[in-house]
Structure formats: structure tokens, C-alpha cells
Design a protein around this ligand. Structure first.
Ligand code: AQP
Length: 327
């Protein structure tokens, strides 16, 4: 069976972007692949977090993964900091990564603007830790949104370099990007991607129906009236159409026909309602799971144990190849 690795930072509550760009795909892939899904708390501290919030959100994220349809029996689900091999491999890989390569990462360029007062070495080496996450599990596929493609490509380059210097050590991973929903844009500014850290532009999986409706009714569109997909000329409407289709399973063509001749005043709340219906069972199930902390704890503990066993095999190989003395 081919293996999959993916993760999300608990740097904020999960959004419709995280769901449509990543988790929805994970659910589809769990039948066919051996999947490792991680809560990457070590990535989250590349920007400042409130400790108690980070702790709560890491567990809540596991509850939401399960509520979205990920089966803890079928998948390995764990918290990154529980498996120390991530940090260990990351150090080694950092010594096979060029400063220049990391300087070219668009996410770093963006985030170092957003956090100009606190540009840490961790923020800079974020992609190295991500490469370690993926390579530890010898993943074949990495389901991510469009924004993470560059990082997966860097991961391949690092793996290829290491394999070239020594011998075949790492599987080269491929990014797996969904056709629809790869890039959900902010409702407040359709030129930037929907992010956890932008409360007005994003819809959280745990938002209540009224809140979801309010956000969609206020979504920025354009001064025309036609509900038509045109990414360049109508970014706001195109984003709403993408969301509508990803939520309902309809095609863009079906959606355009459905709203032909109807104004945005009808279309926007209809998208909101579709999202409310999509999120309702997820929200209810997450809340239920959050009342059973012992159950969640059992899952992330067992997950870390399984993940640790796989990770150990890779790390021992790497340590031997680079010339470390066996313990
Ligand atoms: N808007 C999006 N559209 C499609 N996919 C998205 N993803 C995130 N936002 C969108 C995908 O979800 C996964 C999780 O990403 P992450 O949370 O680990 O990192 P991020 O991309 O930095 O997420 P945010 O929401 O933008 O977080 P903050 O605000 O903390 O920086 C990835 O697969 C990503 O592609």
C-alpha cells in the first residue's frame, strides 16, 4: 500500500480552507492508502502562540479530524511533538538544505512581512521540519492545498540530494492537490487565501450557523450581477462558486445554471446555507468528542506510538549514513 502523510498547524481553528484544501481529500484517501495524519504543533510555534490555547486547539483539532470523517482505526493520527524523531531528522536535513533555497520560499516571504517584529530562525527553517515530517514516513503522496506545493517540491529536492550523496534512503513524495478547492480565498479579500489567522475573511469549522450566514452575506463580490465563474475578472464570485460546489458536490456548470438570472442577494445566502449544512454534523460531532477527553487521549497516544515506530526506522538509517556512532 502506498503511504500518505499530511498535517495541519494548530495555529488557529480549522477553516473551510483547511477542510476543502486538505481534510476532505484525506477522508477520500483513507480507504486506499496507509495514511499518517499529524497535528503539527511544532510548526505552530514558528509564530507566537498562547500556550493554553495551543494545547486546547491541538486536542480540538484531533476531534475535528475525526468529526470530518477520518477513522482513527484506519489512520495513524498523532501530535507532532510526541514523536521526537521529527525534530531529530529536521536537524540533519537542515544540513542538506541551502540558505538560498529557504530564502526563496514564498510562505516565508509572506509570513516574515506579517510578523516583521519576530522573524525567527524557526519560521525560516519551517520547510525543513516539514520535509522531515514527510520523509520520516517515506510518504509517496502529500495531500495539500496549492499554497504548500512549493514546500513539497523543496522536500523532494532535499530527499533527492540526500539520496544522491549517500544511497537510496528516502521515497520521493508527490504533492496531491485537489482539482476543486485547492485554493479557497478570503471572503473579505478574494485576492488573498483564506487563513486561520484572518477571523473576518475565514469560516471556521466550528462557527455557528448564524455566524456562517453573516460571513457569507458580507462576502466581497463585484459590481456586476451575473453568477459566473471567471477567476480573474470575478474573483469573489468565483471563490463563492468554488465553495458552493465543494460543499454540494455540484459542478461549476450546474451551479451557474442554477443561479442564472438571479442576483448576488440570492446567491450569497445560498452558499452560506450549503456551508451550514456541510458543517452542521462536523460541529456537532466535534463537540461531542470534546466531552470525551480520555477517548481523544487514547487515540493520540496510540498514534504517537505507531508513528514513532515507523519514524525510528528511517531515522536510524539516516544516522548511520551520515556517520553517527550507533547507540
Ligand atoms: N485557503 C486555503 N485553500 C486551500 N487549502 C488551504 N490550506 C490552508 N488554507 C487553505 C491547506 O490546509 C492545510 C493546512 O495548512 P496549515 O494550517 O498547516 O498551514 P497554512 O497554509 O499556513 O494555514 P493558514 O490557515 O494560512 O494558517 P496561518 O493563518 O496560521 O498561517 C495545507 O495543506 C494547506 O495547503
Amino acid at each position: 500500500k502506498k503511504r500518505i502523510f499530511s498535517g495541519i498547524q494548530p495555529s488557529g481553528e480549522l477553516t473551510l480552507g483547511s477542510y476543502m484544501g486538505a481534510i476532505k481529500n484525506w477522508v477520500a484517501l483513507q480507504e486506499e492508502y496507509e495514511c499518517v495524519y499529524c497535528i503539527v504543533d511544532m510548526h505552530a510555534i514558528t509564530v507566537r502562540q498562547v500556550p493554553a490555547e495551543l494545547r486546547r486547539r491541538s486536542v480540538a483539532q484531533l476531534a475535528q479530524y475525526i468529526a470530518c470523517g477520518l477513522d482513527p482505526e484506519k489512520n495513524v493520527m498523532f501530535i507532532q511533538s510526541h514523536v521526537p524523531q521529527h525534530a531529530e531528522l529536521s536537524w540533519v536535513l537542515g544540513c542538506y538544505t541551502q540558505f538560498g533555497e529557504l530564502s526563496r520560499m514564498t510562505q516565508f516571504k509572506m509570513k516574515s512581512k506579517q510578523h516583521a517584529d519576530n522573524i525567527t530562525a524557526g519560521l525560516f527553517t519551517y520547510p525543513v521540519l516539514m520535509a522531515a515530517d514527510i520523509l520520516l514516513y517515506q510518504a509517496d503522496l502529500v495531500p495539500v492545498g496549492e499554497d504548500q506545493k512549493q514546500h513539497v517540491e523543496l522536500c523532494r529536492d532535499i530527499a533527492q540530494r540526500f539520496n544522491g550523496v549517500y544511497s537510496e534512503t528516502f521515497t520521493l513524495p508527490e504533492p496531491f492537490i485537489p482539482k476543486l478547492g485547492a485554493r479557497i480565498m478570503s471572503l473579505g479579500d478574494p485576492s488573498s487565501k483564506m487563513s486561520k489567522s484572518d477571523p473576518d475573511g475565514c469560516v471556521y469549522l466550528m462557527d455557528k450557523p448564524e455566524e456562517v450566514m453573516r460571513k457569507f452575506k458580507r462576502a466581497v463580490t463585484d459590481s456586476e450581477t451575473a453568477v459566473k465563474y471567471d477567476k480573474d475578472a470575478k474573483p469573489g464570485i468565483s471563490n463563492l462558486l468554488t465553495i458552493y460546489c465543494a460543499a454540494t458536490g455540484k459542478t461549476l456548470k450546474q451551479a451557474e445554471e442554477e443561479f442564472a438570472g438571479q442576483g448576488y442577494g440570492i446567491f450569497k445566502p445560498a452558499v452560506g446555507e450549503a456551508v451550514v449544512e456541510l458543517l452542521r454534523p462536523i460541529r456537532e460531532e466535534s463537540q461531542r468528542l470534546m466531552d470525551d477527553k480520555a477517548y481523544l487521549e487514547g487515540i493520540y497516544r496510540a498514534g504517537a506510538e505507531k508513528a514513532g515506530r515507523i519514524a525510528d526506522r528511517t531515522l536510524s538509517k539516516v544516522y548511520r549514513k551520515v556517520g553517527f556512532v550507533a547507540r
